[in-house]
Design a binder for this molecule. Structure first.
Ligand code: SAH
Ligand code: SF4
Ligand code: F3S
Length: 482
C-alpha cells in the first residue's frame, strides 16, 4: 500500500562503481531558469527549517543554495533545531570522524522526532553519495524522511513535496559524472564575501580520497557564467570572492577552449572586486602564467593553500599525487620568491598505510624547510571503495597519534613564528562580523588570510580597514584601526 509508513520505496541509490566511471562524453550545461512550481511555493508556509553543515567550502556553498531553495518554498530559517519542522544535515564523507559526528547527531534528532513525529528529517551532501551510508540509513534509520545526493539539490522542491505527501523514506542519489546546472538561487551567508564555484568534481583520484566518487567528474563552469556572477557581486557591493573547486588550477582543462585558470584569474581580477581568492590548489597544475597573473594584480590575494599531503616520495607515489617532495619544494620557493609576503598553508596526512618512521621524518623535514603559515593535519582514514582502503597497514593507531602530535607541535610553532612577523605592522583587514567576544570587537582576515580581532564600530563592517597588530597568538591576532 503506497503511503504506508513501513514501506520504504527506494528511488535512486548511490553506486560506487558507477560513480567511478569517467567517460569522454561532454558535460551537459543545463541553464535552468530555476522556477519552483507555483503550487510548491507555499508548502513551507508557517514552517521553519534548520540546516547543519559539515565539511568543506563546497558544502558551505551548497547550503547557501539549499537555503535559498527552501525560502522560495516559503520556509523560514531557524538556528534552533528544536524549533524546526524540517531538519537537514548537509554531510561530509572525507574521514571516518565526519561520519561519526553525523550519526551521533541523528541520534539526538531521533529523540526529537519521537516527541514531535510531524517533523521532517533529511540528509544530503557527500555521505548521501556513499553506498554504505545509504544502506545503513535504509536498514536502521527508516524513521528519517529524505536522503538526496550532491547532484540532486536542484530537485529539492519536488523531493520535499513527494516526501510530505508519501510519508516514507525517500532516497534520490544520482551516481553520475555530473552536469552543470546554472541558475539555482543562493542565499549568501555574508554580504561582503562570496563563494563562487568555478568547477565541480575532481578527476585526480588520489588513492585515499572519496571526493571523486561523491562529487562526480571534473567539470568547469563556463567562464561567461562565472564572470557574470562575479560582476553581479561587485554591483551588489561585495568586497571579496573566493573561486572554489577541489583543484582550481585545473580549471578549463575539460573545456575545449584554450582558456586556463590564469586567464580566468585575470578576468576576475579585472572586474575590480577588491579581493580575489581561490581554493584549493593542487601543486601539480600550478603554472607559471598563474604566478605571473597573481603578481600582476594587487587584488589577487597573496595567499595560497597548497596541500602537501606527505613529504615522502614513496608515500606521495602511493597516494597518486603526481609530484615529488623536490617538485613541491621548488614550487613553494618559487611562489615565495615571486609573491612578496605571500602566506602559504597546507594539508598533511599522517599514517597513510604502511607509512614508515622514515617517511614521516621526511614529512617533518619538508615542514622545517617550508615553515608553513598553517596546516590542516589529519590521520589517514580508510574510505570504503578507495584504493588506499585496501592497502596493507601495519602501523598502529597509537603510533599514528604520536606522529600527528609531533607534527602539530611543529606546525603550531611555525604558525606562531609566521604570526610574530606581523607584530607592530599595519595590515589591511576586511571586517566581516562582530566577533563572539562582543564588546565592540570585530573579526576579519588580512590579505594573507590571518584572522584578526579588531576594536571597531558597526559602521566599519564590510570595509577593508588598516589595522595595527598589537598582539599575536598561534591562530589569531589582535589589533586596532589606524
Ligand atoms: N582537493 C583538495 C583536498 C580536499 S580534501 C586537494 O587535493 O588538495 C581536504 C583534505 O582532507 C585533503 O587535502 C587531505 O589532506 C584530507 N583527506 C582527504 N582524504 C582523506 C582521508 N581518507 N584520510 C585523511 N585525510 C584525508
Ligand atoms: Fe581528493 Fe585528490 Fe581530488 Fe583533492 S585532488 S579532492 S585530495 S582526489
Ligand atoms: Fe567533505 Fe564532500 Fe567537501 S567529502 S570535504 S564535503 S567535497
Amino acid at each position: 500500500m503506497i503511503g504506508h509508513r513501513n514501506e520504504v520505496i527506494v528511488m535512486l541509490k548511490p553506486n560506487l562503481l558507477k560513480a567511478k566511471m569517467r567517460q569522454k562524453e561532454e558535460v551537459l550545461v543545463q541553464v535552468q531558469e530555476y522556477i519552483v512550481k507555483e503550487d510548491l511555493k507555499k508548502i513551507g508556509k508557517g514552517k521553519k527549517y534548520f540546516i547543519k553543515t559539515y565539511g568543506c567550502q563546497m558544502n558551505e556553498h551548497d547550503t547557501e543554495n539549499i537555503k535559498a531553495i527552501l525560502e522560495e518554498m516559503s520556509f523560514e530559517e531557524t538556528e534552533k533545531m528544536e524549533e524546526a519542522d524540517f531538519i537537514l544535515l548537509n554531510t561530509c564523507a572525507i574521514r571516518e570522524n565526519a561520519h561519526n559526528k553525523v550519526f551521533g547527531y541523528l541520534g539526538r534528532i531521533k529523540h526529537l522526532k519521537e516527541e514531535k513525529p510531524h517533523i521532517l528529517v533529511g540528509l544530503c551532501g557527500c555521505m548521501a553519495q556513499e553506498e554504505v551510508v545509504v544502506e545503513e540509513l535504509l536498514k536502521k534509520y527508516k524513521w528519517m524522511d529524505l536522503v538526496f545526493g550532491t547532484h540532486n539539490i536542484y530537485n529539492l522542491p519536488n523531493l520535499l513535496n513527494e516526501t510530505i505527501s508519501k510519508k516514507q523514506l525517500e532516497v534520490e542519489v544520482f551516481s553520475m559524472e555530473g552536469n552543470i546546472i546554472e541558475g539555482i538561487p543562493v542565499k549568501r551567508d555574508s554580504q561582503y564575501k562570496a563563494w563562487v564555484n568555478i568547477m565541480y568534481g575532481c578527476d585526480k583520484f588520489c588513492t585515499y580520497c572519496i571526493v571523486p566518487y561523491t562529487r562526480g567528474k571534473q567539470r568547469s563552469r563556463l567562464k561567461e557564467d562565472i564572470l557574470k556572477e562575479v560582476k553581479d557581486l561587485v554591483e551588489k557591493g561585495y568586497q571579496e570572492v573566493t573561486l572554489l573547486g577541489q583543484n582550481v588550477n585545473a580549471y578549463g582543462k575539460d573545456l575545449k577552449e584554450n582558456y586556463t585558470m590564469a586567464n580566468l584569474l585575470e578576468e576576475v581580477a579585472q572586474t575590480g572586486i577588491s579581493r580575489v581568492r581561490f581554493v584549493t590548489s593542487h601543486p601539480w597544475d600550478f603554472t607559471d602564467s598563474m604566478i605571473e597573473i597573481i603578481q600582476k594584480y594587487p587584488n589577487i590575494m597573496p595567499y595560497i593553500h597548497l596541500p602537501l599531503q606527505s613529504g615522502s616520495n614513496e608515500i606521495l607515489k602511493k597516494m597518486g599525487r603526481r609530484y615529488t617532495k623536490e617538485q613541491y619544494i621548488e614550487l613553494f620557493l618559487k611562489l615565495k620568491e615571486a609573491i612578496p609576503d605571500c602566506s602559504i598553508t597546507t594539508d598533511i596526512i599522517v599514517g597513510f598505510p604502511n607509512e614508515t618512521k622514515e617517511d614521516f621524518e621526511q614529512t617533518l623535514e619538508v615542514v622545517e624547510k617550508c615553515q608553513f603559515d598553517g596546516a590542516y593535519t589529519f590521520i589517514f582514514s580508510a574510505r570504503e571503495g578507495t584504493p588506499a582502503a585496501k592497502m596493507e597497514d601495519c602501523v598502529s593507531l597509537e603510533e599514528k597519534e604520536v606522529r600527528l602530535q609531533r607534527l602539530n607541535e611543529r606546525i603550531n610553532f611555525y604558525s606562531k613564528k609566521a604570526n610574530d612577523q606581523y607584530l607592530g605592522k599595519v595590515v589591511p583587514v576586511l571586517l566581516e562580523k562582530e566577533s563572539e567576544k562582543g564588546e565592540g570587537t570585530f573579526m576579519g582576515y588580512t590579505d594573507t588570510m590571518k584572522l584578526v580581532n579588531v576594536k571597531a564600530e558597526k559602521k566599519d563592517l564590510g570595509k577593508i580597514v588598516s589595522v595595527e597588530i598589537e598582539s599575536v597568538k598561534t591562530w589569531s591576532m589582535d589589533g586596532r584601526i589606524v
